[in-house]
Design a protein. Structure first.
Length: 344
């Protein structure tokens, strides 16, 4: 069995695909330029649209058998078509007009149909990505329904040449591989993330290249060094469970005029059937000054698969930031929060 977080190698993929290549008279390869299984759950949860891949879900549910591989080595998928061509003496057909009604399927040789789906152009916003995936879902649904109506039995592979989401830094946490997400261009982290443990196990990792606050009286508080370099921070009030986690950061006299400062990041861990995995979501941030002044912020969507960290380039109270801390009480209006390259 493949455990969660396992990346399927080229050799493993070859073994898993043998039933397709040996027993299929008609094999259809839907090939996209880039894709990650996390795109489906992340985008549907972000925009409240759980039906944007409804045809693909219907196909999976109605199929006699199906297999979803959350992580496959990109070298394996990059050379998938070449492997398939060598595995059988196929009648290869490249579908360019997205229409299979005129394709002759009753041939002496088994058929391999290759369909290039609409690309997810790098640099487009998430709405455009969602629309592209939704359009590809319609294409997959339309073409497979066409074959079903003709009474043709077939197998389908839906994959991409490369991943749309990339992880580069891995930190071992207990028995799980917890990975700090990064973009391809990003340099390695300049210092280690803050690690919070329960017993002998690490349950929370926290990193930011800048972590600072500003009060209503324009007092600037830079907590970056205290948190990650000198470690003048207490995390003993942090809590972890299977469904919830709280990262509690307590500072003593961070600046003149403030005797204590407690910043809490509240997170949930929830299972989503769409991706068959748990997702961790940061939903609230709290600031307690001097044990009495309590500020609470709601958080716009910051989430990631539970075995990865959430990664946001800019998080804070500014409306210009892609991930926003939204004041939910009057005291929160007295604070500005600035976090760069947040990973938690």
């Amino acid at each position: 069995a493949l455990h969660e977080g396992h990346i399927v190698s080229a050799q493993e993929l070859t073994g898993l695909l043998k039933p397709f290549t040996q027993n299929s008279r008609n094999l259809i390869l839907f090939l996209q330029d880039m894709l990650s299984i996390d795109d489906f759950t992340y985008l549907s949860e972000s925009y409240g649209n759980k039906l944007f891949i409804n045809l693909l879900q219907e196909i999976l549910q109605s199929s006699p058998s199906s297999l979803v591989l959350p992580a496959v080595d990109c070298e394996a998928t990059r050379h998938l078509l070449s492997f398939l061509q060598k595995s059988e003496d196929w009648n290869l057909t490249n579908i360019t007009n997205l229409n299979v009604s005129q394709v002759e399927m009753n041939t002496p040789k088994p058929n391999l149909l290759v369909i290039q789906l609409q690309p997810l152009v790098s640099g487009l916003n998430e709405i455009s990505t969602l629309e592209a995936i939704a359009e590809n879902d319609k294409i997959i649904g339309r073409l497979t329904m066409d074959l079903q109506e003709r009474g043709i039995h077939f197998s389908v592979i839906y994959t991409a040449v490369r991943p749309s989401r990339i992880s580069r830094r891995t930190v071992v946490v207990g028995e799980l591989r917890r990975q700090l997400m990064a973009t391809e261009e990003e340099d390695s982290l300049s210092y280690s993330p803050l690690s919070v443990t329960t017993g002998n196990d690490t349950c929370i990792l926290f990193y930011a290249s800048n972590f600072s606050l500003k009060t209503s009286s324009s007092v600037f508080i830079d907590l970056t060094s205290a948190t990650f370099v000198t470690h003048n921070v207490t995390t003993s009030s942090s809590e972890c469970s299977d469904s919830n986690a709280t990262l509690s950061l307590e500072y003593t006299r961070p600046v003149n005029g403030i005797s204590s400062l407690n910043i809490r990041f509240l997170m949930t861990n929830k299972f989503y059937e769409g991706s068959a995995r748990n997702w961790s979501t940061l939903y609230s941030v709290e600031i307690v000054q001097d044990g009495e002044k309590f500020a609470k912020f709601n958080v716009s969507v910051i989430s990631a698969p539970a075995e990865y960290s959430s990664h946001c380039q800019l998080v804070g109270t500014s409306n210009l930031y892609p991930a926003t801390l939204i004041p939910s009480n009057d005291e929160a209006e007295n604070w500005d929060v600035f976090i760069s390259s947040l990973q938690v």
